[in-house]
Design a protein around this ligand. Structure first.
Ligand code: HEC
Ligand code: HEC
Ligand code: HEC
Ligand code: HEC
Length: 440
């Protein structure tokens, strides 16, 4: 679990604490059978985490987080869960050196070696590792410590739909921020050992087939082409496709010895109906963050009214707002009004998330910049992704009207500060997105 980087302000610390408790309580109520400690869980120290886990009955396991005074583990090192005829030994490790007042993280290799030996002595059927180490580190870890059958990794925020098979271990990671659930279905082979990744094999075979169809098309086109240089070009793409086919790795077939598994990524989108009890829990969290608690009556009133009217101040430090730019750049302003950047705040308000520290900053102008808004209660007239999100604060330019005083060519890197990989899951392709906001 991750609920945030070390804190930067009191308000943020306060929200992280409330959210951390929410996540722990929700995990417990969802009925998860085991979870492990990430560096985010330790932001408020060992005592806080242990207290919260006990309060809500959250079944943490950890083989390598210990108290600094006594060296004692803070949670059970493993749990044995029986499903049908099989017994699963589940353990967890944290892969990061974290300096805490009241605890520390010990070497995961030594810890895992100890726990695997103990679970093997206990004759469990499968050993499952929850690895808050990142996927690559988890792979290195199970190569050093044999005996682990399944790994569910966290921390690298990758989504690994098909298994990464390493020896007789299958590893998965299900993205970040609870946006997906990774589902793994297993068909057990009696007396089987190791894994056959069926979904990965299907996907690789389908990809290979598609490339082969493409190759045949190129061959036909080459045969039909009269122009010599066009022919040469086609030969080059054909050869490239051929190399790609040769390089496509097909996971080995089930030779009857391995258990067959299939990984799948289930998006947690709005089609998934909230469980009532958990929905209520989240609502109560959002109510705590809500504008009613901002202590700012003006902000509260405005949040409830039409956000598009909220230009209460004409300027904000060195920011002069889109309205000021409009005075001299009517066409650009009209184009901008046609993009969702001009409405980016309304979506947050609709979801009642505009006071959420995890959300506000990319949906407003200038957050985190010198002279920009410092927190969700301090946005004033800088709601939405206005001109100055991309062109920089414009007071000097508005006075001088000089090109030198304004950012003339906002770059792709700037877009990526908000259109992050994590936020958009690869949807952001600069050459496709830029024309949609063009206002030259
Ligand atoms: C008082 C009028 C005025 C205001 C207000 C104003 N601009 Fe300008 N802006 C101009 C003029 C005039 C030019 C052209 C300068 C030149 O050609 O040398 C210009 C040029 C620009 C350019 C460069 C265009 C190019 O050809 O490279 C950008 C970008 C720009 N403005 C953005 C903004 C933004 C963003 C705002 C609001 C923060 C803003 N302007 C506010 C008058 C204004
Ligand atoms: C300050 C953060 C921020 C920056 C910088 C930013 N964007 Fe956005 N962008 C957003 C947000 C937030 C939305 C979603 C608004 C909504 O739908 O409520 C968005 C939406 C968009 C959309 C509409 C997507 C759709 O399908 O509706 C396009 C296109 C886009 N941005 C392009 C760009 C480009 C190109 C850049 C860089 C030149 C850029 N953005 C810079 C925050 C930003
Ligand atoms: C790192 C910047 C960033 C953060 C943080 C962020 N957003 Fe966004 N948000 C975006 C961008 C960029 C888009 C546009 C994505 C696109 O269409 O490609 C967007 C789109 C949206 C949209 C409109 C499109 C949709 O998917 O319905 C809503 C609503 C939204 N975000 C809500 C939120 C909420 C709620 C949070 C907090 C949990 C949040 N955002 C946090 C950058 C961010
Ligand atoms: C999401 C980012 C973004 C927002 C918001 C935005 N712009 Fe731009 N603007 C750009 C980019 C990118 C260019 C193109 C620069 C280039 O091609 O080098 C541009 C170009 C311009 C130009 C022309 C520069 C030229 O070379 O001709 C002006 C003027 C301008 N913007 C003004 C505005 C004004 C006024 C607003 C608000 C009403 C605004 N922009 C909002 C990103 C943005």
């Amino acid at each position: 679990m991750i609920f945030g980087r070390p804190t930067v302000s009191d308000r943020e610390a306060q929200q992280r604490k409330i959210k951390g408790e929410l996540l722990i309580e929700a995990s417990a109520r969802m009925g998860v059978q085991a979870l492990t400690v990430g560096e985010g869980d330790l932001v408020f120290g060992v005592d806080w985490l242990v207290g919260m886990a006990a309060k809500h009955g959250a079944p943490y396991v950890s083989a390598n987080v210990v108290r600094s005074d006594s060296g004692a583990l803070i949670f059970p090192e493993s749990v044995i869960v029986q499903v049908g005829p099989r017994r699963y030994g589940i353990t967890g490790v944290t892969g990061h050196d974290i300096a805490l007042q009241d605890g520390r993280v010990e070497d995961p290799i030594a810890a895992l070696t100890r726990v695997v030996a103990r679970l093997q002595a206990d004759k469990v059927d499968f050993i499952v590792l929850l690895a808050h180490t990142g996927l690559d580190e988890a792979k290195a870890l199970v190569q050093l410590v044999p005996g682990v059958d399944l790994v569910f990794a966290g921390h690298s925020r990758r989504h690994q739909e098909d298994a990464v098979i390493s020896g007789s271990t299958a590893l998965f990671e299900a993205g970040s921020r609870g946006k997906h659930v990774g589902e793994v279905r297993i068909d057990f082979t009696e007396g089987g050992h190791g894994w056959a990744d069926e979904a990965g094999r299907d996907r690789a075979l389908a990809q290979k087939e598609q490339l082969e169809r493409q190759l045949r098309r190129y061959d036909e086109q080459i045969a039909a082409e009269d122009n010599e240089s066009a022919k040469q070009r086609l030969v080059r793409v054909r050869d490239f496709t051929k190399t790609k086919i040769e390089q496509t790795e097909i996971p080995p077939t089930d030779d009857g010895k391995g258990h067959r598994l299939r990984g799948r990524r289930v998006p947690m989108n709005r089609d998934i109906v909230d469980q009532k009890e958990l929905g209520a829990l989240v609502d109560s969290y959002l109510a705590i963050l809500g504008p009613g608690n901002s202590g700012n009556k003006l902000e509260d009133a405005l949040a409830k009214s039409d956000v598009r009217r909220v230009e209460v101040r004409d300027s904000y430090g060195d920011y002069v707002t889109a309205r000021a730019c409009m005075g001299c750049h009517k066409e650009e302003h009209k184009d901008w009004m046609g993009t969702s950047h001009s409405r980016a705040y309304a979506g947050l308000v609709k979801d009642q998330r505009h006071f959420d520290l995890d959300c506000w900053s990319c949906h407003v102008t200038g957050a985190g910049t010198k002279g920009g808004p410092t927190g969700p209660g301090d946005v004033g007239p800088l709601k939405n992704v206005q001109c100055e999100s991309c062109h920089g604060s414009g007071r000097a330019h508005s006075l001088s009207e000089a090109k030198a005083d304004i950012v003339r060519s906002p770059t792709e890197a700037l877009c990526l500060t908000c259109h992050t990989e994590e936020q958009t899951e690869g949807r952001f392709i600069y050459s496709e997105y830029l024309p949609k906001i063009d206002h030259r």
